[in-house]
Ligand binder design. Structure first.
Ligand SMILES: NC(=O)c1ccc[n+]([C@@H]2O[C@H](COP(=O)([O-])OP(=O)(O)OC[C@H]3O[C@@H](n4cnc5c(N)ncnc54)[C@H](OP(=O)(O)O)[C@@H]3O)[C@@H](O)[C@H]2O)c1
Length: 247
């Protein structure tokens, strides 16, 4: 059941996070939006409110542990608890390794890996104590296969596959009933390509997305499906993409 669930969404200011926030709110969830761009969060939350949904927002930089801790506290004070977190914030400045864009490598590690760890560390004590909770993360098809120009981005997303699966196994062994779902999207039309600074890679990716890209609403549907499952069931992996993309 989605109705009434309190769901924190990171990276809620655009793309997949925004689409998921809007859909879950329409289905009766109480959504807590986090990202860095406050103007975007504010207008999305206001629009959700106008449509009769319940949404609050807080500025969040996932690379800061304190911001992650604060948004969990904010969810509890706003809505009385936390049932799920969608660990979705991420960036993809793809480039060949030989270009040595080391600042971008480190940024991807900070947001795509450490940002998720920070979110998990913030919410897990609550989930353990209440013996329930749902952790949903956005990996990528680049977390399942190797792609040229995606050595570091793909590496951050492969990390999620291992981490989320071990988390699921340990929770089952520890009897805390924490569920996980890792989503592996292919080409989804969002602002993600804006983070690519390598001209050639940017052009190639824009061409690919123009040909194949589908709406982030499709990923929102998957998150909603995962959240809707009965408490005794986990579907822990979803590979989702355009039907006509060979990816
Ligand atoms: N689009 C695709 O084809 C695709 C495919 C596979 C996987 N993914 C994954 O899907 C996730 C969502 O991306 P998207 O496609 O929806 O792209 P997007 O529209 O660019 O959304 C990325 C979101 O992450 C947020 N973000 C970035 N850095 C952050 C930080 N330090 N702290 C908090 N929030 C941060 C951004 O918000 P602010 O800038 O406001 O902070 C934004 O809301 C990412 O993890 C991405 O790797 C996307």
């Amino acid at each position: 059941m989605i109705k009434g669930k309190v769901v924190i969404i990171t990276g809620a200011s655009s793309g997949i996070g925004e689409a998921t926030a809007r859909l879950l709110a329409r289905k009766g969830a109480k959504v807590v939006l986090g990202a860095r761009r406050e103007d975007k969060l504010k207008s999305i939350a206001e629009e959700i409110g106008k449509e009769g949904g319940q949404a609050v927002y807080q500025v969040l930089d996932v690379t800061r542990q304190s911001d992650n801790d604060d948004i969990v506290t904010f969810a509890k004070t706003s809505f009385g608890g936390v049932d799920a977190i969608f660990l979705n914030a991420g960036l993809m400045p793809s480039s060949p390794v030989s270009a040595l864009k080391t600042d971008e490598w480190h940024k991807m590690v900070d947001v795509n890996i450490k940002g998720v760890l920070n979110g998990v560390a913030a919410v897990l004590p609550t989930f353990i104590e209440q013996k329930s909770g749902h952790l949903i993360a956005t990996s990528s098809v680049a977390g399942l296969k190797a792609y040229p120009n995606s050595a570091v981005y793909g590496g951050t997303k492969w990390f999620l596959r291992d981490f989320m699966e071990v988390l699921r196994m340990e929770s089952a062994m520890e009897g805390t009933n924490i569920r996980t779902a890792t989503i592996y999207p292919a080409a989804i039309n969002t602002e993600l390509l804006d983070t690519i600074t390598d001209k050639q890679v940017s052009e190639a990716m824009h061409g690919l997305y123009a040909k194949f890209g589908i709406s982030p609403d499709r990923i929102a549907d998957v998150v909603a499906f995962a959240l809707d499952l009965p408490e005794d069931t986990t579907v822990n992996e979803f590979t989702v993409g355009p039907a006509n993309q060979p990816w």
